[in-house]
Design a protein around this ligand. Sequence first.
Ligand SMILES: Nc1nc2c(ncn2[C@@H]2O[C@H](COP(=O)(O)OP(=O)(O)OP(=O)(O)O)[C@@H](O)[C@H]2O)c(=O)[nH]1
Ligand SMILES: [Mg+2]
Length: 304
Amino acid sequence: MSKAACRSGFAGIIGRPNVGKSTILNYYLGSKIAIVSPKPQTTRRRILGVLTREDAQVAFLDSPGLHRPEHALGRYMQEVAKAVIDEADVLVVVIDARAGITRDDEQVFSRVKQAIRSGEARHRTVIAAINKVDLVKKPLLLPMMETCITRKLFTDCIPVSAVTGVQMDVLLQRIVAALPEGPRWYESDQPTDQTVVQLISELIREQVLLLTHEEVPHAVAVLIETFTPEPQLTRIEATILVERPGQKAIVIGRGGDMLKRIGQAARREIERLLGRKVYLGLWVKRAEHWRQDERILRQLGYLS
Ligand SMILES: Nc1nc2c(ncn2[C@@H]2O[C@H](COP(=O)(O)OP(=O)(O)OP(=O)(O)O)[C@@H](O)[C@H]2O)c(=O)[nH]1
Ligand SMILES: [Mg+2]
């Protein structure tokens, strides 16, 4: 195939928290590149996932959910999302079909419009993906699609389900069609730019998100302390950071029960990732107000 016949570029996935952005990324990549949970603000970084096909290479950029930040970590997350809005060649704005178009979605639309108007955004194509259609009755979709059209922002409005796969092929086709012609920039065996250590830290955080509630998931970060491949297994030691003594008690659980559950579930996921046996040692440590602490945020890789 000639170079000119290949389309390639960045497809930014944006939207308010919890609408299914990371689930869409994982669907297209066919593996867990980004962690997913029912808790808002699961994704904290920009996550690259590269899909290589015969005729195209789509570099998806998953982003943190757009929201009003309350601390330095939140501000970092918003900067990351803003950079994705500006740098993508095509933008996919994800909406949750079950929630309808909310005020927070309207805020997202305004931010994209603003980026385009000010010339900061390099893209011209903005696609609305109304996700989670498996959860709603079809007649409810029509008014949402009409609302999207009246916003005069989207070139397409596509109802999809990243869980069942409904219309995900149509969405991909529109994304590819909107990319400029160009060569493949990434090797096809490099689906993400995350390091193994980053992926492992995320897999541990995912289990905390899935197993704990209320403010605890948001107050947690994971630091990988050691990563040692040995002949029989890989030995990993990690610290789970929390902000307050009460949160530490919850993450450890009665008699260490919760920490054990987090560790067992995360170990299984890490073993799947590495394809070998893993020993996972977990500790819980309190780092007061770490989400406001630039030194710790830098150590965690949230600030550069
Ligand atoms: N039923 C259904 N659930 C979905 C679908 N897509 C995502 N979900 C669920 O919605 C929740 C949030 O999904 P995520 O992919 O983590 O959402 P996100 O937009 O990346 O969220 P943040 O990273 O917090 O901004 C998870 O529980 C997913 O399993 C879908 O198409 N159908
Ligand atoms: Mg996410």
